[in-house]
Design a protein around this ligand. Structure first.
Ligand SMILES: [Zn+2]
Length: 264
């Protein structure tokens, strides 16, 4: 898991509310990521401070009595029925509490599910943004800021324009030539976009360093949005998103080529 995915789960993690799979994934992440470990420690410290600050107290016994007085009085038809009512009141009260507890549990479960979905939605949101950027680059004919098939021209062009100069590779011999590059915005960050052609299809490859400098590598993951394939993957130094209307096999081929080249 990456830091952005872990961040919204940390409160629940510290409270021990996460399912086993997510809790173990975060355990694992915290051993390698000082930033998230520090954040987790801060949350735990606040939790401990609130717990020990004398902010909780036991309800006095009179409280239950007073609540009893405030509760709507049961209709009293005759004094002889009173004892029957009080004994039949107990199981009813117990059932009410059980129903209330079940409701609270359902709400908490729903809340946990929502938080889990929010992290999954975060990944999908970036994939959707990747597709939007791709479509915009095609529609506005804003494919390049620098049009060049020469990686030695494209790479230095990015210097000073993005946080980290991209790795620039050309796959002309494999039928996927580099045609240019530009600066784009993804997930609120300036990213390098390299443009390739595969036949009549355009492949946009976005890359930027991961938000967390100690992020782990991620295997390629394909999603499809509005008919475009998006493959995202990461090395410890760089996060990548490749997008195209070329078919999935062609895009996978591109990603495989890229990974083989980057692994040299
Ligand atoms: Zn982290």
């Amino acid at each position: 898991m990456r830091c952005e995915e872990i961040d919204p789960l940390l409160d629940a993690y510290v409270d021990g509310e996460l399912d086993l799979v997510h809790a173990l994934a975060i355990d694992q992440h915290l051993t390698t990521c000082a930033q998230c470990a520090a954040r987790s420690a801060r949350i735990a410290a606040v939790r401990a401070a609130v717990g020990s600050a004398g902010l909780h107290f036991a309800a006095p016994p009179q409280l239950a009595e007073r609540i009893g007085l405030l509760a709507p009085a049961a209709p009293r038809r005759s004094s002889s029925q009173t004892s029957i009512q009080s004994s039949s009141l107990r199981p009813f009260a117990w059932q009410s509490w059980a129903a209330a507890a079940a409701l609270v549990a359902a709400v908490l479960l729903g809340w946990g599910l929502m938080r889990w979905q929010a992290s999954a939605a975060g990944q999908d949101r970036v994939a959707q943004e990747v597709v939007s950027n791709h479509i915009r680059s095609l529609l506005a004919e804003h494919l390049f800021d620098v049009a060049s098939t020469d990686q030695h021209t494209v790479k230095p062009w990015f210097a000073g324009r993005v946080d980290c100069p991209p790795v620039v590779e050309d796959f002309k011999d494999q039928g996927m030539p580099l045609v240019g590059g530009r600066v784009d915005v993804l997930d609120g960050r300036r990213v390098a976009a390299l443009v390739y052609r595969k036949g009549k299809h355009v492949i946009n490859l976005f890359m930027c360093p991961p938000a967390d400098s100690r992020a782990a590598a991620e295997q390629p993951r394909t999603t499809t949005y509005k008919g475009f394939n998006v493959v995202s993957w990461a090395s410890p130094e760089m996060s990548y998103w490749a997008v195209s209307d070329a078919n999935e096999a062609a895009l996978q081929e591109f990603v495989t080529l890229w990974q083989a080249r980057a692994a040299r």
